[in-house]
Design a protein around this ligand. Structure first.
Ligand code: TMP
Length: 225
């Protein structure tokens, strides 16, 4: 077992996970911890290129778009590179690794949203990620309508300000997001030891304190170098 501690953040677009992860990183650093953080897709030079292909809604193909299986394969190609290049080396150094999305996102979005099924995603995880599991997953799951309206207005602002289009996933319909929500609930029910869900929308500062309390308790139970 690598000596570091691996924490992932999960949730729907607009759940607030990226903000919460940044706040946790600032706090951990102030506490004297060495933190490595990354996002998926992305986190490596190759991963950033894969992210561009996956999220650009102009990535049209002869079939009209990236097929669900090709999308799943690209997510895992990104993840394999990030594990080899960033995550494993950081864990071996003893860092706290914070990752904005990981395999649960593939299970929720491709397994649930795209209806490829959890079993297929988990089989890929075992084969490609050598079953590397987070020590802790913080799942932010405020109600679906709240997350969606936040994600859509944020995306609109982003496109208006930068002209950059990262909206492939935000264009999907509500049923797609309901399936993702349900898949996240199923993951949390299946793995209560790893996944801590924060469901209510208590405000940034309250959620921040809850995340911090969970992480503090888990880190106290392990001896990091
Ligand atoms: P982000 O905006 O939270 O960085 O995530 C980018 C999008 O990619 C988001 O809509 C979720 C999606 N995604 C998947 O569909 N499957 C995955 O495995 C990952 C990591 C992200």
């Amino acid at each position: 077992m690598a000596p570091g501690f691996f924490i992932t953040f999960e949730g729907l677009d607009g759940s607030g996970k990226t903000t919460q992860m940044r706040r946790l990183q600032a706090w951990l650093t102030a506490e004297g911890r060495t933190v490595t953080s990354l996002r998926q897709p992305g986190g490596t030079a190759l991963g950033d290129r894969i992210r561009g292909i996956l999220l650009d809604s102009r990535s049209e193909t002869a079939l009209g778009g990236i097929t669900p299986l090709a999308e799943l394969a690209l997510m895992f190609a990104d993840r394999a590179q990030a594990i080899a290049e960033v995550i494993r080396p950081a864990l071996e150094r003893g860092d706290v690794v914070l990752c904005d999305r990981y395999t649960d996102s593939s299970e929720a979005y491709q397994g649930g949203g795209r209806e490829l099924g959890a079993a297929r995603v988990l089989a890929l995880h075992r084969a490609i990620c050598e079953d590397l599991q987070p020590d802790l997953t913080v799942l932010l799951l405020p109600d679906l309508a709240t997350s969606l309206s936040r994600a859509r207005s944020r995306n609109l602002r982003h496109v208006q300000h930068t002209g950059a289009d990262e909206n492939r996933f935000e264009r999907e319909d509500d049923a797609f997001y309901q399936r993702i929500y349900d898949a996240y609930e199923a993951i949390a029910a299946r793995e209560p030891g790893r996944v801590v869900s924060i469901r209510d929308d208590a405000g940034l500062a309250v959620v921040e304190m809850r995340v911090r309390a969970v992480v503090e308790a888990r880190l106290a139970a392990v001896a990091l170098p």
